[in-house]
Design a protein around this ligand. Sequence first.
Ligand SMILES: *[C@@H]1O[C@H](CO)[C@@H](O)[C@H](O)[C@H]1NC(C)=O
Ligand SMILES: *[C@@H]1O[C@H](CO)[C@@H](O)[C@H](O)[C@H]1NC(C)=O
Ligand SMILES: *[C@@H]1O[C@H](CO)[C@@H](O)[C@H](O)[C@H]1NC(C)=O
Ligand SMILES: *[C@@H]1O[C@H](CO)[C@@H](O)[C@H](O)[C@H]1NC(C)=O
Ligand SMILES: *[C@@H]1O[C@H](CO)[C@@H](O)[C@H](O)[C@H]1NC(C)=O
Length: 818
Amino acid sequence: MFGNTALAALLCLLLCGLNRRLDASVLNCIPRKSVLHQNGSIKTFKEEGFFNYSTMLVREDINTLFVGAREAVYALNMEDISEKISTVYWTVPDSKQRECTNKGKNKDTECRNYIRTLHKIDDAKMYVCGTNAFSPTCAYMTFNKGQLLLENNFEEGKGKCPFDPFQRYASVLVEDHLYAATSINFLGSEPAFIRNSGNSLRTEFKASWLNEPNFIYMDMVEERQNNADGDDDKVYLFFSETAVEYDFYNKLLVSRIARVCKGDLGGQRTLQKKWTTFLKASLVCSVPELNVQLIVQDVFVLKSEDWRETIFYAVFIPQSGALDISAVCAYSMTAIQNVFSEGKYKAPVTVESSHVKWVMYSGEVPVPRPGACINNQARAMGINRSLDLPDKTLQFVRDHPLMDDSVTPIGSQPRLVKRGSRFSRIVVDRIAALDGKPYDVMFIGTENGFLQKAVNFDGEMFIIEEVQLFQPPEPVQSLTLSSKKGQVYAGSPSRVVQMPFSVCRRYETCLDCVLARDPYCAWDLAVNRCAATADRTADPQNLIQSVGKGDASSCPELRNIKTKTRTFIPGNNIQLKCSPISNLAQIHWTLNGSSIQLRNPKYYTYNGGILLFNVSVADAGQYTCQSVEQANGKQYPLTMAAYNLQPEQSQGQNTANAVTTQSPGTTQSPGNTRLTPTPPIVPDEWNPKIMLQTDDKRVLVFQILVGILACLLVCLLTWNLYKRHLPLPCVKPKVKEPSRKVPIDGVDTTAYQVSFNARGHFEASPLVNNCQTGTTVNSRITNNNNAARQRKDLDSFIIPSMLLGVDDFKYIDEESEI
Ligand SMILES: *[C@@H]1O[C@H](CO)[C@@H](O)[C@H](O)[C@H]1NC(C)=O
Ligand SMILES: *[C@@H]1O[C@H](CO)[C@@H](O)[C@H](O)[C@H]1NC(C)=O
Ligand SMILES: *[C@@H]1O[C@H](CO)[C@@H](O)[C@H](O)[C@H]1NC(C)=O
Ligand SMILES: *[C@@H]1O[C@H](CO)[C@@H](O)[C@H](O)[C@H]1NC(C)=O
Ligand SMILES: *[C@@H]1O[C@H](CO)[C@@H](O)[C@H](O)[C@H]1NC(C)=O
């Protein structure tokens, strides 16, 4: 009665899940397709013994990708990164390493040289910095005639590169000046945002400027050209820090955007050698119905010809790790400008003689505006450089670097929300689709090694596909792209991979190609295949694409599925294979033209097909499987498989008696060939109703009773634990027992071990927004043809995915029963 344990666990999860409704009602986008690593058209580079491929520099002009790893820099062919052009090794001298270990750092991890900075200086020269055993060092590197060379006039790297290889930092090279935001001491306790140049500038070492920051990203936006105000170019810095403005008992992290002006030279007396233009504001990205602070993880600046059209894309995850939700928000230049150029400032107020509160400053603001770049208005006042700024302005900006207004995202809501994976990096490509409109395609790397390719169509979130970049899973730690080559490059601790923006031929039918809404692909009627739109050989008249709408009604009806004949021996079980074309499609089976009653315990459907139990002569007939995908209110059916199921004709040894002693897969049916074992099918959808129906009634009642008892017990235990304020681990029953054994007859029966993975299956959330609800288990390819039905079944029971730790448990055993 091992099934009891499973049932008990399930019931308990169902009941305990009731109070987690909020979590489940949050919108969630599921990828239309999940592509496993081996199908992902992925190219890999790694060198044995080398790790932490954390820094990348794309040079489209010379077709080369430079990669900084631990103690090595590589030049790789951008078309195929598995082709190495040149390498430079940069190890730590023994003396340095000893110094580092003497200070208590780990010899094999911390006291090494992690390349963290790679910037182009000119066509043949680069600037490179490494942590160099907690003693950051920089150098010039040349790339000539395919040969990388490290020049040995090393420079001090303090203020340019972090000491600690595990610390995030950001830098950008502007006109030979390295702007860097990093810790500038061994302990990592003194953060600074520095311009390294003849006129070095840095931030004040004050909590109101930077308060235990985690630096994320930095880039420059040129806005001097065509600027009516005569304004300056600006460097934008993204980071998270401990908020000073909220007086909570606990530390509260907030996301920030800060900016400085390129022409800043510091102040004359006040703010000498310090930024006079450092202003920061909160960066807001909030998910409706979810009251948690999201923290910025990475940023991509999508630049436009007109700087005013610049869009900042940022990925966010919650501050605490308990909630597995991620979001992308996009910010317009206008919103950012409004906050910094016109917004109010925050000011500290001392309350009750010791406590400081930050509130909106409503007093008089000095002129020129504190923190503004030198613009026409300032010049009109005879102020040509920041050194000319009056003390009043400088003192004000020194004491009020934080803006009162927050920067809010375009449309006041995220571009994408997804559960079940943690976003780590983002890059964005803008492409004009055949409808002439530009689309911003987001490529988002995750902590578990996937790349989510997503588009937001006027508020509608859509993940075209998720591709598994790293198997075994590894976090995406660096991400870059080449729009010209149509390639994404991702680095992880152990390797670098390259993936094309799109693999159109993966879409095999017109329906699949058009419903994918992939701006890079269109169905070519002339050759009947899904082709890349960049490939201009096709006649545009022949191309079908509907990126904005996902309307596939112009696809020709041409699918001709060959009916396969399958024979069976009465009394056995049969498996008929069929998969939906996408995670958003559902499977629909018909027998002799009428729908199969799925409530019938005779059938069990899952994402790989259907199981027929105890087949009898009466079950013979024509079985057809359709994949039905809904897009923009229309249903698109597509026949995926057709079977003619017939009873075994031949007599002799195949008597009922003989059948029961056969192992699955050993039955040789006429006209059918034995298949070699395929990997176990992993239906990720678990439908308790079907499970229950197929079980014996008496057993069922008993199991439910035991289940409720067990649940009460667990809930009691939970309550106890809670009352004692113990850290409460999630209920994670591990059930590893075969619940029952079913012999399977027929050809494809080699897939006899069906493991259920219940993680995430009960995220039965109602449809929110325009996005699909549901979830995926990222470590496996997932389909959810049963999802909608289950959602209905479980409407009143909602379980957060984090509670679902029910790992695989065997459903159909390998051996058939005698
Ligand atoms: C993925 O690759 C495997 C093995 O190479 C193959 O059997 C499978 O059909 C492929 N899946 C898809 C969706 O192309
Ligand atoms: C470097 O890679 C190793 C091996 O995967 C990993 O354990 C380590 O955490 C990485 N170090 C950093 C600084 O990312
Ligand atoms: C600023 O520049 C203008 C014109 O270039 C010049 O006339 C003026 O004297 C300068 N002001 C100062 C304070 O240097
Ligand atoms: C299988 O079906 C036959 C009738 O179709 C029935 O007599 C038999 O009991 C069934 N066997 C099982 C194990 O349910
Ligand atoms: C389906 O049709 C075939 C041929 O018309 C018939 O022999 C079979 O009994 C039918 N099966 C069912 C279940 O109605």
